[in-house]
Design a protein around this ligand. Structure first.
Ligand SMILES: [Zn+2]
Length: 60
């Protein structure tokens, strides 16, 4: 998966797919923004784990 930017709050987070290589049929699983809780959805046989990344916003 990799790094995504939340479409709600704009913060970045890392998404890891856990048990994504199982032989059974993929189901719809949520990807939760760890900053604001906004959910997006993707298909996986496992689930998605999200980790906060430092803000990509530059200080000025
Ligand atoms: Zn967010």
């Amino acid at each position: 998966m990799g790094i995504q930017a939340c479409e709600s709050c704009g913060e970045r987070f890392d998404v890891q797919e856990i048990n994504g290589d199982q032989p059974h049929k993929p189901e719809r699983e949520s990807i939760d923004c760890p900053h604001c809780g906004h959910k997006t959805w993707s298909r996986s046989t496992g689930y998605f784990q999200t980790t906060k990344l430092p803000s990509g916003k530059r200080k000025s």
